[in-house]
Design a protein around this ligand. Structure first.
Ligand code: MRU
Length: 348
């Protein structure tokens, strides 16, 4: 059972995903700045895992506050939240978790709690966010598992597994685990996911641990395999879903969705409601992270491209809602028109 981030009395524990699959090393992060660096530098990654980590980071920052004045704590809380909010721009779970911690902080102040009680309240809230995330993935697994046919092969892109969430299930891999738990035989095709290779390094590792059959391909092979009839469904996660159902996810997801439509293969997105951003009317408003060009020109220390070459390194793309056959959340399965069906899920 994989849980990539944990709270402990010594600090926030993170499984260093930069080293997987060859090394399993846990880091103990003792300050909120270390947690923020961990998110920025991809020690932990994947939208729900980023949200859980940010909540723990805020709880840790407040726990380490040494002052005695509540006004100073308010200033410190604002600063910690600002640092967390600058780590990664696309995954809305980050901002969702910061906002939830802020509401809890404000309520604790209104209730007249002491600084020491506020510290305990925020630690408890971060743990709640983590527990609820795992429960959401369990429900996603249950709902989504029903969409997959027995004896089918599912293609996935990036890593939307336990590693990318609070743990245990994952979103896209949760759907696959759900189907397997329902007694179905499922095989997985994992895109390697250039340039950061989350598919090769993380999805392949996770599924191997669970003994779910997985075949690794390069990103450019998916069209060929779909044309050959080797893929019966595509399931991916998301970093932010706009109110109209446009889906931001790892770069390359859009290509996979268009190919799936061309071959009449259902394209499913699995994500908790904490990934749905009703404040973003369409995918146009979703900020797309651009990362260091070295991720494209190098694999670790090996240089692949000529010195000085111009490079783009967009970390995410947006799949228009018309290519999305269903969005699986903890509340059930939403289908078009998403502007209505997603909003309704928040009201349930
Ligand atoms: O850059 P990453 O590794 O954080 O990107 C992760 C993804 O794109 C995942 O598919 C997404 O966050 C969903 S995780 C359940």
């Amino acid at each position: 059972m994989i849980i990539p981030v944990k709270w402990s009395d010594e600090g926030v524990l993170m499984l260093d995903q930069r080293l997987l699959p060859t090394e399993e090393k846990w880091l103990t992060l003792k300050s909120y700045t270390e947690v923020a660096d961990g998110i920025r530098e991809m020690v932990v990654r994947g939208a729900p895992a980023i949200g859980v980590s940010a909540a723990y980071g805020i709880a840790l920052g407040v726990k380490n506050f040494v002052g005695t004045n509540i006004a100073d704590l308010v200033e410190e809380f604002d600063y910690i939240s600002e640092v967390m909010g600058k780590t990664r721009p696309t995954a809305v779970n980050l901002f969702w978790a910061i906002e939830r911690m802020r509401r809890t902080f404000d309520q604790a102040k209104t209730d007249g709690k002491s600084i020491s009680d506020i510290k305990q309240t925020l630690i408890a809230e971060a743990k709640n966010i983590h527990d609820e995330d795992i429960e959401s993935q369990r429900m996603i697994a249950e709902h989504g598992g029903k969409l997959l046919a027995d004896n089918s092969t599912v293609l996935t892109h990036c890593n939307a597994g336990a590693l990318a969430t609070g743990g245990v299930w994952g979103t896209a891999l949760g759907v696959i685990r759900g189907a397997v738990n329902q007694g179905k035989t499922i095989a997985v095709i994992a895109d390697e996911t250039r340039p950061y290779l989350q598919g090769a390094r993380l999805t392949a590792w996770e599924l191997q641990q669970d003994n779910i059959p997985v075949t690794l391909i390069t990103d450019s092979m998916s069209g060929h395999l779909m044309k050959k009839g080797r893929v019966q469904a595509v399931v991916v996660g998301s970093d932010r879903i706009a109110a109209n159902g446009d889906v931001a996810n790892k770069i390359g997801t859009y290509m996979v969705a268009v190919l799936a439509r061309q071959h009449n293969i259902p394209f499913y997105v699995a994500a908790p409601l904490s990934t749905v951003d009703l404040n973003c009317p369409t995918g146009e408003e979703i900020p797309i992270e651009e990362r260091n060009t070295r991720e494209v020109t190098h694999v670790q220390e090996i240089q692949l491209a000529p010195e000085g070459i111009s490079v783009n390194n967009y970390a995410f793309d947006v799949t228009p809602n018309e290519f999305v056959d269903a969005i699986i959340t903890e509340k059930g399965v939403a289908r078009a028109p998403y502007t209505e069906t997603l909003r309704r899920m928040f009201d349930e």
